[in-house]
Design a protein around this ligand. Structure first.
Ligand SMILES: *Cc1c(COP(=O)(O)O)cnc(C)c1O
Length: 387
């Protein structure tokens, strides 16, 4: 395999000027990351600050209702409410040991900004968060959270004043201030080595879940392992240790938007074509001329026109299957899990739960292990608007 590639996908499609910090990061992944000093501290922080290992829960009532065995890996129980902290704390600690003082991040809905700010506060670093000016207004509660925990928020007034403009400005800032700054990328995407680095910090999800499932099921493995796919970090973390288990079917769930033909969606693996965005070759929602199309999902964390390159590869070689769930199906799963199990899932994670609900006939008698990537408290405002 070519360095930095997953089959045909991945790579480093970036300006020459960004190579030095990426090379520095790659070096740190070889020297600092495997060191006993890093590993000891990281494992300790995951335990004491994040609350790992996260639980695995059997859904008694939904299993009966659906005629299958439904299990949840509870990333919603992590401190700050989702899987994102596994990555931001890992990158933060690595950056700190590299001698950096600033964690730089872009954020759309604000969840990655919050997770980066939490990590910065834990590590006594400074968080600088780039956010589209339109998003700063729309996502006021997350902006307040970040400010309370000490982040400097930089509203981006260029372009559409949303996520992709924030990414451009954050990259510019990184170029200007490489010495002191680490760019804390939010998902298992972007230029090499970020897809590897983020997977490294998220693989703990399947490392724990695989063992927990076997301990609870006489050494057997689940039939199906599933997770929602935005950029792909919780899904790659949930898949990683199951990839060699040929009997386990891996299913990634993309967001279909409203589900009407031709509607804006966030399903590049199902509806996209090969292209280059944010430093990587992957599947993208784009026009024939290569202009990026607007994406949509009721779940803000899934609303991204691209996807991490390892997923494009797993799809290509047939190891994982990628399906879609629309807004309405996800909202239904949100309500069903809340009502039947007393667990309010994030709208993102609701897409993965909906996969089990919508395919209950096909999955009859099977065991389905779902990554519940986050909790839904953050989504109650969206729900008020819709319901
Ligand atoms: C951000 C987010 C996602 C989507 O990101 P991935 O990188 O695809 O995991 C999914 N679920 C929750 C709860 C999130 O906050």
């Amino acid at each position: 395999m070519k360095k930095g590639y997953f089959g045909d996908f991945g790579g480093q499609f970036i300006p020459e000027l960004l190579m030095p910090p990426l090379i520095e990061l790659e070096e740190a992944m070889k020297t600092i990351l495997p060191s006993e000093k890093f590993q000891t501290r990281f494992i300790q922080m995951l335990k004491e600050n994040v609350g790992r290992p996260s639980a695995m829960t059997y859904c008694q009532h939904m299993s009966k209702d659906l005629g299958l065995d439904l299990w949840l890996k509870r990333e919603d129980l992590n401190h700050s409410g989702a899987h994102k902290i596994n990555n931001t704390l890992g990158q933060g600690l690595l950056a700190k040991m590299m001698g950096k003082e600033v964690l730089l991040a872009e954020t759309g809905a604000g969840m990655h900004g919050v997770a980066t700010t939490v990590a910065a506060a834990m590590l006594d670093m400074k968080a600088v968060i780039y956010m589209g000016a339109a998003d700063v207004v729309r996502q006021a509660p997350n902006v307040n959270r970040m400010r309370l925990m000490g982040a400097e928020i930089i509203p981006v007034e260029s372009g559409t004043k949303t996520l992709k403009d924030a990414i451009n400005e954050a990259l510019r800032r990184w170029l200007a201030d490489q010495e002191n700054t680490h760019y804390c990328f939010g998902t298992a995407a972007g230029p090499h080595p970020f897809p590897d680095l983020v997977r490294e910090f998220q693989q703990i999800i399947s490392k724990e879940a695989r063992q927990q499932y076997m301990d609870r099921n006489d050494g057997n493995l689940p039939d199906i392992v599933t997770a929602c796919v935005g950029g792909g970090s919780n899904a790659i973390g949930m898949f990683h240790h199951f990839v060699p288990d040929e009997s386990v079917k891996l299913v990634g769930v993309e967001a279909a938007g409203t589900g009407e033909p031709g509607c804006d969606n966030s399903a590049p693996l199902n509806l996209g074509t090969d292209g280059v965005l944010h430093g990587m070759k992957t599947k993208l929602l784009q026009t024939d001329e290569g202009q990026i199309l607007p994406s949509h999902s009721v779940a803000p964390g899934l609303d991204y026109p691209g996807v991490g390159p390892e997923h494009a590869h797993l799809q290509d070689i047939g190891r994982a299957e990628y399906v879609t769930i629309n807004d309405k199906q996800a909202l239904n799963a949100f309500k069903v899990l809340s009502r039947r199990e007393g667990i309010i899932p994030a709208l993102e994670s609701s897409h993965a739960v909906a996969y089990a609900i919508e395919n209950k006939d096909k999955l009859h008698g099977k065991s389905v292990l779902v990554c519940l990537s986050g909790r839904g408290d953050k989504d109650l405002g969206i729900l008020d608007q819709i319901l």
